[in-house]
Design a protein around this ligand. Structure first.
Ligand SMILES: Cc1cc2nc3c(=O)[nH]c(=O)nc-3n(C[C@H](O)[C@H](O)[C@H](O)COP(=O)(O)OP(=O)(O)OC[C@H]3O[C@@H](n4cnc5c(N)ncnc54)[C@H](O)[C@@H]3O)c2cc1C
Length: 339
């Protein structure tokens, strides 16, 4: 039986694993995809909005200065896993966690069963993709992820979403001369939306904040002013048809747009299924209930970290692992869960 199983091999899971190693815990990380799978979903060659020191797992291991690209960050995480000997199984998904009385947990995965005295969930905040929720939202030319602009040069594209991802995609498409339209629900790019569907969880505790980074907003507004991208404020998609026609509704009109491709960059929510099935409390905001000091969920011995919590962004994901794992170590030592 492991002391600790960490579910998720993103920045938060890897940071926690490094600490577990230094504390000589018998641990294992289980990752359903590849190392840093969420970062792999970013657009190719995208530059992060975080500085090197905010994303690195080992202080000083990324060159200071320019904000790193997606590729630099993925390489850094892969190299750290190899160099630090982080014990990780990739391509294995945890399907169900079962409490075994007071002695610990059985984790049922796509490959088998593992036992651990404590569990740290580092499954991130993007486990459940939001869908448009309109007829045709699953047609093959509707994507919920934006990887690169080049294939869409000179094509008619519609981007849906008022967050930073949608703004970045629109700008990238405009840069390659795509015929791009951006549909947003709010009245302007500068108005934070109160529609409750946050793109990259830029809002904390219900307080809306501008969601588009200034260095994206300004060139995007310029592109719109110069006619390189079109903006449809106060709009909602009502239907996508298989011939590529998208129906957009605004308060005073209905617009029919003919599209080659639609990017619905409307965000995702944390997947709390593992916690719910364990009987753990989930708050009204869809995130787990946990002790703010120890990050223990309402199930004794099950902890949460990273983007699954209310501490968003990578800089938190990489720093919060140490105190949480130190607490887990003292929990194992002093309180224990049997074993
Ligand atoms: C397009 C985009 C751009 C972003 N840009 C930035 C940025 O520039 N700077 C910044 O600070 N933040 C950025 N973020 C947010 C950043 O990605 C997250 O804050 C960060 O990834 C959180 O790390 P994490 O380890 O908590 O979760 P994640 O990185 O999401 O890692 C969770 C891992 O858990 C795995 N997993 C989930 N469920 C299971 C399961 N059942 N079994 C096994 N494995 C499982 C997933 O495959 C994943 O690898 C961006 C997010 C997006 C979507």
């Amino acid at each position: 039986m492991y002391d600790l199983i960490i579910v998720g091999g993103g920045p938060a899971g890897l940071a926690a694993a490094l600490c577990a190693g230094t504390l000589s815990l018998d641990y294992l990380v289980i990752e359903k995809g590849l190392v840093a799978d969420t970062v792999r979903q970013y657009p190719l060659r995208r530059r992060l909005f975080s500085t090197p020191d905010e994303v690195e797992l080992v202080t000083g291991s990324l060159s200071p200065g320019q904000k790193p690209t997606r590729e630099t960050v993925i390489d850094h995480y892969i190299n750290t896993v190899a160099e630090s000997g982080i014990r990780i199984k990739v391509g294995e998904e945890v399907l169900h966690i079962e409490a075994e009385g007071d002695s610990g947990f059985r984790l049922h995965t796509t490959i088998g069963v593992h036992e651990a005295r404590t569990v740290l969930l580092a499954v991130g905040g993007f486990g459940v993709q939001r869908m448009l929720g309109v007829p045709g939202d699953d047609l093959p030319f509707v994507s919920y992820r934006f990887a690169e602009a080049e294939p869409f040069s000179r094509r008619k594209t519609l981007v849906i979403g008022g967050g930073n991802s949608a703004a970045e995609a629109t700008l990238a498409l405009a840069d390659v001369n795509a015929d791009v339209t951006l549909s947003i629900r709010q009245e302007s790019l500068r108005v934070p939306s109160r529609d409750g569907r946050i793109g990259e969880a830029e809002e904390k505790e219900g307080a809306p904040r501008p969601r588009i980074k200034p260095w994206v907003l300004e060139p995007l507004e310029r592109a719109i002013d110069e006619g390189k991208a079109k903006l449809v404020p106060l709009s909602r998609v009502v239907r996508v048809s298989s011939d590529g026609t998208v129906l957009l509704k605004t308060p005073d009109r209905t617009i029919e747009l003919k599209c080659d491709h639609v990017f619905a960059l409307i965000g995702a929510d944390p997947d709390t299924t593992l916690l719910r099935r364990l009987g753990a409390g989930i708050a009204a905001d869809g995130r787990p209930v946990y002790d703010p000091d120890t990050f223990e969920s309402t199930v004794r011995g099950v902890f949460v970290t990273g983007h699954l919590t209310r501490d968003l962004h990578m800089k938190n994901a990489v720093t919060m692992g140490r105190p949480i794992v130190e607490h887990i170590a003292s929990f194992l030592l002093h309180q224990g869960v049997g074993g």
